[in-house]
Design a binder for this molecule. Structure first.
Ligand code: AKG
Ligand code: FE2
Length: 321
């Protein structure tokens, strides 16, 4: 028995892009060109100069560890709701039919306004389930959410510029976003579990864009164009961002949503902070609007909210198996 392995990454396959000149306005076009090149490649990008204070990341990580280390009976008080908010225990997620359940545990929450309210306008969101036993979780989680969401907004502007669109093209309806986040906890994985056991099995992400803050443990693997798996090791000071399925669809396949998986062979716990950025449910995902008249789009326009309902339903059908 062994672990599913991957090759070391070549630096140009997953580039490091400093987005400071996009954030401060000194050279947005230069950053946009680099983002465009990366997104039409593997669609994975290490982002430096992201501006999230270390204290926000450390605060979120400490709160997440306190949560995952709590008694399962306490965690069960915020067991995941039908609207995908709360704690998903080990074995609750399966990425493919017939696959072994993922080893991860996660805590999922969504965008909320400054008063802590979430609009009840879509089946995939409802009130966040903050645990009574850990009052510090909400502020730490929301501080991270808001900071990572700001990074996602900068990147969406960069992608728009890279595609020759108005900077706010992808953000025209993003004031009540379907964005959600999760703390994802991976226990150390025993070698005897074999090469078909994953922390999270091979998958692509559903939404528009994923902003991932890894720790120093490593274990994320990305499928390259030849179908080989390569390592995407942590690089200090960076976030790892990837194009997800809905941005690939929005750009008519020009941007790539690439499969990835996690194998925690470190013998240590691993913790990821993940933001899945999506705009408002009523946002029309229309490649025709990206490429303009004369472009024959491969897919029909679809509302962001409807697309996510369809994808979540498919994933839940797998889990029933
Ligand atoms: O933890 C990671 O490195 C990746 C997590 C992931 O792929 C996901 O949550 O979609
Ligand atoms: Fe993912």
């Amino acid at each position: 028995m062994s672990y599913a392995t991957a090759r070391k990454v070549d630096a140009d396959v997953i580039p490091v892009i400093d987005i400071t000149p996009l954030r401060d306005g000194s050279d947005p076009e230069g950053v946009a060109r680099a983002l465009h090149a990366a997104s039409t490649g593997l669609g994975f990008i290490y982002v430096s100069g992201h501006g999230i204070p270390d204290a926000v990341i450390e605060g979120a990580r400490a709160a997440a560890y306190d949560f995952f280390h709590a008694d399962p009976g306490l965690k069960a008080t915020v067991k995941v709701s039908e609207r995908h908010r709360g704690w998903l225990g080990q074995g609750g997620a399966k990425m493919q039919d017939g696959a072994r359940a993922d080893l991860k545990e996660s805590f999922i929450w969504g965008w909320q306004d400054f008063a802590g309210n979430t609009p009840e306008d879509h089946p995939l969101r409802g009130r966040n389930q903050w645990p009574d036993f850990q009052p510090g979780l909400e502020p730490a989680a929301m501080a991270y959410f808001d900071a990572a969401d700001e990074v996602a907004h900068h990147l969406m502007r960069g992608f728009a510029l890279g595609l020759g669109l108005a900077p706010d093209f992808f953000l025209q309806s993003a004031d009540r976003p379907l964005s959600r986040a999760s703390f994802v906890y991976y226990p150390p994985q025993p070698e005897e579990a074999g090469a078909d056991q994953f922390g999270v099995g091979p998958h692509t992400d559903f939404g528009v864009l994923t902003v991932l803050c890894q720790d120093d443990v490593g274990g994320l693997q990305v499928e390259d164009v030849n179908g080989d798996w390569i390592e995407a090791p942590p690089i200090p000071g960076t976030l790892l961002v990837n194009v997800a399925d809905l941005l690939s669809r929005w750009t008519d396949g020009a941007y790539t949503s690439t499969p990835h998986r996690v194998v925690n062979a470190s013998g240590r716990e691993r913790l990821s902070l993940v933001l899945a950025f999506d705009p408002n449910p009523e946002t029309m995902i229309d490649p025709g609007a990206v490429f303009g008249p004369g472009h024959e789009a491969k897919s029909e326009p679809i509302y962001c909210g409807d697309y996510l309902i369809w994808r979540f339903a498919k994933a839940f059908a797998y889990r029933k198996g």
